[in-house]
Design a binder for this molecule. Structure first.
Ligand code: AKG
Ligand code: FE2
Length: 333
């Protein structure tokens, strides 16, 4: 990938938020954690309870914060619409640099339809990573927004992503899969809610249910690292992206994500916790299992390598590989 890409965005069309689907889809029950009730009497306790339930059941929750007009004016973070608008314009113009259509899917001739741009932290140690000159003007905002232990080197990143529509016949050859079933590798994923349906979670009962759009919401999901640290108390739930319903299947589906990763040197072993001990999820430290240390960096890198670093996206359901002593399923069945 080139280290700098030039684009002239001045002639690009504006992006409009697509309408929500009118199709009746099997929607998942995802808790909406509305931060506006934080300061109400009992609000914190109520939200904590809702959050605890969500991270233990679906592993997904939607954070919502309704700003008053006053707050909104003072808001300095990049707004989702603004960012998504930039993304589609870039994506449309620079399709090749954004890497879609490079890999064949599931042993067919169908090409993958996802393009993405990752922003590593803007820190000197990562200055050699590819960057896009279009985003230079937003660097301060992006840095301000991407706060997790910002000065230390880690795999945390912001991602813009676009799925390009494929024909019905092409999608049929790959079971309508736009992104295969997986769990996220890091600690927490933040995904700005958008209206094109397609993201599905696998419920405890084994059913695929759609994650609903919530205007202004941020969909958060627990990743593997959090599940390891909590010895399974927090759930890293299997999810996938599938072809959108007929009224949205021609739309370029945009995504804006922040992937929170464990610190590079952090052990992803269960953290000492009286709660986890009480629940019997970990044994006391004396008789705890001894296993090879797996660092955050090692885990995330090996998962990325196993998932993406192939000449194609083959059908890997049921196949496992090892990171240290951990047995990992890269594509969930
Ligand atoms: O595009 C989406 O809605 C989800 C994609 C996803 O699960 C991922 O990139 O990890
Ligand atoms: Fe994911």
């Amino acid at each position: 990938m080139p280290s700098a890409i030039h684009s002239d965005s001045s002639k690009l069309p504006a992006w409009e938020r697509p309408a929500e689907t009118t199709h009746e889809l099997p929607w998942a029950e995802i808790a909406v954690i509305d931060l506006s009730s934080l300061d109400e009497p009992g609000g914190k306790e109520k939200l904590a309870e809702e959050l605890r339930d969500a991270v233990q059941t679906t592993g997904f929750f939607i954070l919502l914060r309704r700003f008053s007009t006053f707050h909104r004016k003072k808001e300095t973070s990049p707004s989702c619409d603004v960012i998504l608008e930039k993304e589609i314009t870039l994506g449309t113009e620079r399709a090749k640099q954004f890497q879609s259509g490079e890999k064949k899917v599931m042993g067919t001739e169908v090409l993958d339809n996802v393009e993405s741009w990752n922003f590593p932290k803007y820190i000197p140690e990562l200055a050699h990573e590819p960057h896009h000159d279009f985003f230079e003007r937003f660097e301060a905002e992006i840095e301000d927004f991407s706060k997790h232990e910002y000065s230390s080197k880690s795999e945390d990143h912001l991602r813009y992503m676009i799925y390009r529509p494929r024909s019905e016949s092409q999608d049929a050859l790959v079971d309508n899969s736009w992104s295969r079933a997986h769990t996220d590798f890091g600690s927490l994923t933040l995904l700005w809610s958008q209206n094109v349906a397609g993201l599905q979670i696998k419920t405890k009962e084994g059913e695929w249910k759609y994650v609903p759009a919530v205007d202004g919401g941020i969909i958060c999901n627990v990743g593997d690292a959090m599940q390891f640290w909590s010895a399974g108390y927090l759930k890293s739930t299997i999810h996938r992206v599938t072809r959108p319903p007929p009224d949205q299947d021609h739309i370029h589906r945009l995504g804006l994500f922040y992937f929170v990763r464990p610190g590079n040197e952090v052990d992803i072993a269960p953290a000492p916790s009286p709660l986890l001990e009480r629940l019997g999820l970990v044994k006391g430290t004396q008789n705890g299992e001894v296993r090879k240390k797996v660092t955050g960096l090692q885990y995330v890198r090996e998962r990325v390598r196993d998932y993406h670093d192939h000449t194609d996206y083959e059908d890997r359901r049921g196949k496992t590989f090892k990171v240290g002593d951990l047995e990992i399923e890269d594509e969930a069945a």
